[in-house]
Design a protein around this ligand. Structure first.
Ligand code: SPD
Length: 357
């Protein structure tokens, strides 16, 4: 009898241990609970001091993970098995994630600081009424260049990047939409073009640029350009601002044919475990003083009107990073092109990358 009880206890303890272990492993990629908050953000896209401050103010422990493209982020969240509480996709990804049922509706009553966002960045077509997403940063895509390293060359058009004098001098950000968009825009096509002949033409034109391309890189593009390892870069405006902070010889332009106007917004994925904490975090990031500190740290443009008023004048009035409506109106926002077309853009970009290697 005692033997039977002992066996029963052993079976009970082992089963309990297995259940606990399974649940720990399931949650370990983005573990969240009421006292933790898992954030899934782009690399180099928040002032770490603010995460510490959020932890101190709320007692919630932040677990922080990063991604380097909307595509990687969507795949990971879409596959399930993660419990990210807050993520920061761009507009076309938000539209796609909504379509795929991957996002939770936000409770605006828990976001009183939303009043600080400039109305110009609210209620945009990818998320009417901001039901699922809250503005974080915005910007453009353009060319950063070092006038001392490019001779007499000036930059106003995408086509300047094909100039023979730039051999091995260009760094490209590692983004399918951005690089394909550059090829399409340089031919006078929309960066949301889906016509196969135009896409093939854009890829062929990009292939002609490969002698000029030194590398296709991630966040290290900032360090490489600031250290003058290359003369020119295809970059997001916020990265240009950070590069120019490090090396004031460089300049940034948005090509005259047009380019991309993008918006990165905070969302709560459907699989979130700490929905209350996620709202607390979003509201914290909307606080004007917090948003201003964050914008100054990462170098990107804030959509927070009250935060903008707190930024040093030389930042807030720099039209390269806070362009007026005249410029933004001639730029294009990426459309959600749908799963198949998005995959096709990625394939073409990959073919270009393979050719480069
Ligand atoms: N290092 C932070 C990069 C964030 C860039 N987001 C821009 C996305 C444009 N589609």
């Amino acid at each position: 009898m005692t033997q039977l009880v002992r066996m029963f206890v052993i079976v009970f303890v082992v089963s309990f241990g297995l259940i606990y272990l399974t649940s720990y492993l399931n949650d370990s990629e983005g573990y969240s609970g009421s006292n933790t908050l898992t954030i899934y953000n782009w690399g180099d896209y928040v002032d770490p001091e603010l995460l510490d401050r959020f932890e101190d103010e709320t007692g919630i422990k932040v677990i922080y993970q990063t991604f380097d493209s909307n595509e990687a982020m969507m795949t990971k969240i879409g596959q399930g098995g993660t419990t990210f509480d807050v993520s920061i996709p761009s507009e076309y990804a938000i539209s796609k994630m909504k379509e795929d049922g991957l996002l939770l509706k936000l409770d605006h009553s828990k976001l009183p600081n939303l009043k600080y966002i400039d109305p110009r960045f609210m209620n945009l077509s990818f998320d009417p009424d901001n039901a699922y997403s809250i503005p974080y940063f915005w910007g453009t895509v353009g060319i950063v260049f070092n006038p001392e390293l490019v001779g007499d060359l000036t930059f106003s058009s995408w086509n300047d990047l094909w100039d023979k004098s730039l051999r091995n001098q260009i760094l490209l950000l590692d983004g399918a939409r951005e690089v394909m968009g550059m090829g399409l825009n340089s031919l006078g096509y929309s960066l949301n073009d889906t016509e196969e002949a135009h896409l093939q033409e854009a890829k062929a034109k990009l292939l002609q640029m490969t002698p000029n391309v030194k590398a296709i890189v991630g966040d290290e593009i900032k360090m490489l350009l600031a250290n003058e390892e290359a003369a020119v870069g295809l970059v997001w405006s916020g990265d240009a601002s950070e590069i120019m902070d490090e090396n004031d010889k460089l300049d940034y332009i948005v090509p005259e044919e047009g380019s991309n106007l993008w918006f990165d917004n905070m969302v709560i994925p459907k699989t979130a475990k700490n929905i209350e904490g996620a709202h607390q975090f979003i509201n914290f990031m909307l606080d004007p003083e917090v948003a201003a500190q964050n914008a100054e740290y990462v170098g990107y443009s804030t959509p927070n009107e009250a935060a903008l008023a707190l930024l040093p004048e030389e930042i807030a009035s720099d039209e390269r990073f806070y362009p007026d409506e005249e410029l933004t109106e001639r730029l294009e926002v990426y459309d959600n092109l749908g799963k198949r077309m998005l995959a096709h853009y990625n394939e073409l970009f990959l073919e270009f990358k393979m050719h480069k290697k």
